[in-house]
Design a binder for this molecule. Structure first.
Ligand code: DON
Length: 590
């Protein structure tokens, strides 16, 4: 009896506890949904109205150009509040992580080129690094073959993110406003949501299934089975908002330590990645010497290795300089042929000589004028050169990165290019943290001579080593003339980044275009291998294409090249800011 009673007692205790725990779970569920749940129209008031897409602006004092109207607006608001160009650039990058998640990021990396109004120049490298457990053959199977997609999609494709460290480092050294103020606009955009543009909706629809597939938890970008995003839909990202709030409250530790770092590492463990707490805690932005050189009366300030951008841009501009582009007609056979032959040679050097300078010695001669004159010795004005006869590899990257340009009232200028590599990076949204991880590991050479996802063949200079940065093409660039600020520019576009920056510079300098015309002008691209001259649709006059083909160029039409966001100081001192017509890019100023 005693036993029966006590059993009954125990059972009722368990039952009562169960009821309690059910009640508790219900409460937890309700409060969780309140705090983190899917957007619900009743609990979430509509966000302020959508920012407008504006393609170009003439401004008296300050200007901003970015890939997304909401991000440009954030940058402009920061400048109007008294922030400087670095403050604006920091706030814009965080906003882009929310409104332009295909490339804007906190889970990726980038480069900043800064020129202050006193003429001082700084460049910051917050490129991703290979995790400590990475190894040369990590994407190779037992037979020595690359394992398809392993360096492209899923957790193992991610490098250790550098963006947040980069933003905090650059802000600490140069910012004026409180860091918290710069994070808040991104938090608002994430928590209150923002209205999708048509292009935002299309790119989400294209990639949301993949993001769902590779992520372990909830994916705010996933609209639902058989559902599609449409223009003016509101995208709310509460988990990302909470991560941004931790960054606002705890700074660097809000990302590289504590809850966010734990979430990343948990995700890695379950998803098969290798980023560790130690990798995150030890990530460091590097301040590097700017890559500077002259082109005619202009002084160019760009990003050095581990970006190939500055070196290749210097090579291309200095190779064409001798040959007088300004005497040639825009998009004439002569001009295009000369530009293409310089591009071919620079990209061949890139594949052979460039890698992370902390791990690989880059020869000084690459930007030496005598070497470049020698490199052009076999240039034949009448005939295409042979890429096959130049040593090296081949690649063709997809166009998903993003660039921003800012000039503030004092005349400080910032150019930032930042990326997750492919659209939405490795497609992994960190469970509970709401942000995407990069797939930058694919920018390494996975195996000498074996092309990566974009057809790139690399070598030892760019092989994988723990802690090493993968080679980049990003080319954030500032141009001065007679010691004064002249232009700020940059673009996404993988391998085409360098040739796009080159072409916009010569469009202004040699072909005397306004910045708007220079950015709008159709672009072409040659990257040594494949031995093809890529052009945009209707990119060159038919008769010029025909002549180029007769000279031995293999011309191929491809999708639009780049999304250039640039600012130029006009002769009257006003700023011309331009957002590329190829995207939602928006330029504003005052
Ligand atoms: O750093 C690089 O060069 C590449 N990860 C950039 C990729 C890119 O630009 C893709 N598209 N825009």
């Amino acid at each position: 009896m005693q036993n029966a009673l006590s059993l009954h007692h125990e059972l009722s205790k368990i039952f009562a506890m169960r009821k309690l725990s059910t009640l508790f779970s219900l409460l937890l569920f309700l409060s969780f949904n309140f705090a983190f749940g899917q957007k619900s129209k009743s609990s979430n008031p509509a966000p302020p109205k959508a920012a407008k897409i504006v393609k170009s602006t003439i401004a008296k004092k300050a200007a901003v150009s970015t890939a997304h109207p909401e991000a440009t607006k954030v940058g402009l608001d920061i400048l109007k509040k008294g922030g400087n160009a670095v403050d604006a650039a920091v706030a814009i990058q965080l906003a882009l992580a929310v409104v332009y998640p295909r490339a804007g990021n906190i889970g990726g990396g980038g480069f900043m080129v800064l020129r202050k109004s006193d003429g001082s120049v700084f460049t910051y490298d917050y490129r991703e690094r290979a995790p400590g457990m990475a190894s040369k053959d990590m994407y190779i199977d037992t037979l020595g073959n690359p394992i398809p997609k392993l360096s492209v999609s899923g957790h193992l494709a991610a490098g250790v993110p550098g963006t947040i460290d980069g933003l905090i480092t650059t802000h600490m050294k140069h910012g004026k406003l409180e860091f918290k103020e710069l994070v808040q606009p991104a938090i608002d955009l994430a928590k209150k949501g923002f209205y999708l543009t048509e292009k935002d909706a299309a790119v989400l629809n294209k990639h949301m299934e993949d993001m769902k597939k590779y992520s372990l938890g909830r994916v705010a970008f996933y609209k639902g089975k058989k559902e599609k995003w449409a223009k003016k839909d509101i995208l709310v990202q509460r988990e990302l908002g909470n991560t941004l709030k931790r960054i606002k409250d705890f700074g660097r530790a809000g990302f590289y330590e504590g809850e966010t770092a734990q979430m990343i590492v948990e995700d890695m463990k379950v998803g098969g990645g290798i980023i560790s707490l130690e990798d995150l805690a030890s990530y460091k932005t590097v301040e590097r010497a700017a890559l500077e050189f002259d082109y005619k009366d202009y002084h160019i300030i760009s990003m050095g290795p581990p970006s190939s951008g500055g070196i290749c841009l210097a090579q291309i501009l200095q190779m064409v300089e001798e040959h007088g582009l300004d005497k040639m007609k825009f998009h004439s056979r002569e001009a295009v042929h000369l530009m293409v032959e310089a591009e071919r040679r620079a990209y061949s050097d890139r594949a052979t000589h460039l890698g992370d300078p902390d791990f690989w010695t880059i020869p000084n001669f690459l930007v030496n004028k005598k070497y470049l004159a020698h490199r052009m010795k076999d240039f034949n004005a009448e005939e295409s050169s042979s890429s096959r006869k130049m040593a090296g590899g081949e690649w063709n990257e997809s166009p998903e990165t993003t660039h921003l340009s800012v000039v503030d009232e004092e005349g400080n200028a910032v150019a930032v290019t930042t990326t997750l590599n492919s659209n939405f990076g490795c497609k992994v949204v960190v469970n509970g943290a709401g942000f995407l991880l990069n797939n930058e590991m694919d920018d390494f050479s996975v195996k000498p001579g074996v092309p990566n996802q974009f057809g790139l063949v690399g070598n030892e200079a760019n092989e994988i080593k723990p802690g090493k940065r993968m080679l980049s093409s990003m080319t954030p660039t500032i141009v001065t003339k007679n010691g004064k600020l002249f232009m700020v520019l940059g673009t996404p576009g993988g391998a085409t980044i360098i040739t796009s920056v080159f072409q916009v510079i010569v469009n202004v300098v040699d072909f005397k275009m306004t910045l708007k015309k220079a950015v709008e002008a159709p672009r072409f691209h040659h990257q040594w291998l494949p031995n093809k001259l890529f052009i945009e649709e209707k990119g060159l006059p038919e008769d010029v294409i025909k002549k180029l083909e007769e000279m031995g160029h293999e011309v191929e039409v491809r999708e639009p090249i780049g999304l250039m966001d640039a600012i130029m100081v006009r002769p009257d001192g006003k700023l011309e800011a331009v957002g590329d017509i190829r995207g939602d890019d928006t330029a504003l100023g005052y």
